[in-house]
Design a protein around this ligand. Sequence first.
Ligand code: MRU
Length: 346
Amino acid sequence: MSFRTIEWRDNKVVMIDQTRLPGEEIYNEYSDFKSVAEAIRGMVIRGAPAIGVAAAMGVALGACDIVADTYDSFFRQLCNVCDILAKTRPTAVNLFWAIERMKRVAEANRDKKLDMIREILKKEAICVEEEDLAICKAIGRHGATLVKDKATILTHCNAGGLATAGYGTALGVVRAAHETGKSIQVFADETRPWLQGARLTAWELMKDNIPVTLISDNMAGWFMKKGEIDLCVVGADRIAANGDTANKIGTYSVAVLARENDIPFYVAAPTSTFDLAIESGDDIPIEERHSREVTHLQGYPVAPEGIRVRNPAFDVTPARYITGIITEKGVVTGDYNRQLRRLVDK
Ligand code: MRU
């Protein structure tokens, strides 16, 4: 990869600052868990798998700073660290998945010296990052089989290397198809209001010389109707047991337009994005973000002062619109209730 989203370096967490892209490629260093929590909340790092990695590293940083004589006191304080990290963003389940994984590792090693537990947690966080990269590559391999030579792929938001430990989920499929020599191109929705498509997807694909064309969100349907889009591939923040999928606001519209125009619509996500405890998308918590993201563009007002605003950051695409879910363990189509459980047990 031509950039690094997040890494553990010399007992610090280093992240590319996604609030500054594409203008500046700046790497921030974090040495305490509270500033990692702030980075997640403020979208320095974003994208479901990437915030999972950041949370795991945040827990490991927090563990280093805990002063305790006993395991019980250590674990109580570690739970407090976890609670603070868990309150940063509500929708992407990978955040909670990673935090739970770190807690379980601490518990499984409770009989060890505290310094040893701190070391084990650090290794586990690095492992979450390394595994995510391998998972994205596997998603890419499975997804690439669905992409024909000369295909034009529409994507929404950024489900790329920047949203993961590297390589990406939806963009992992794109990268893998490109690497196998297929002559593909991407149409990137700009993704109002935070512009993940314009600022991040466009940036990372251009950096890797993958052909990309930027469109505003309201152009997607027109290009589909004109026959210029062959398939849609998007990421996911949480997938309920029945396959309903929460992803960046606007994904639902893309899925409905794809159905209307007979275009396959795929979701690419690791199985850590499944939340099988939730039966349907109706129960997925949807983050509402600050109105300023809608009223301002890069600090400039684009709406009258005082206007009432709604700003849900995600929507839920009902499973019936999803042609298939591409995971690291393979592609599932239809009967998601049974298939998703089967995949998790695989
Ligand atoms: O608000 P964001 O930028 O964190 O939202 C990100 C998305 O919706 C992505 O599509 C999703 O997390 C999948 S990332 C591989």
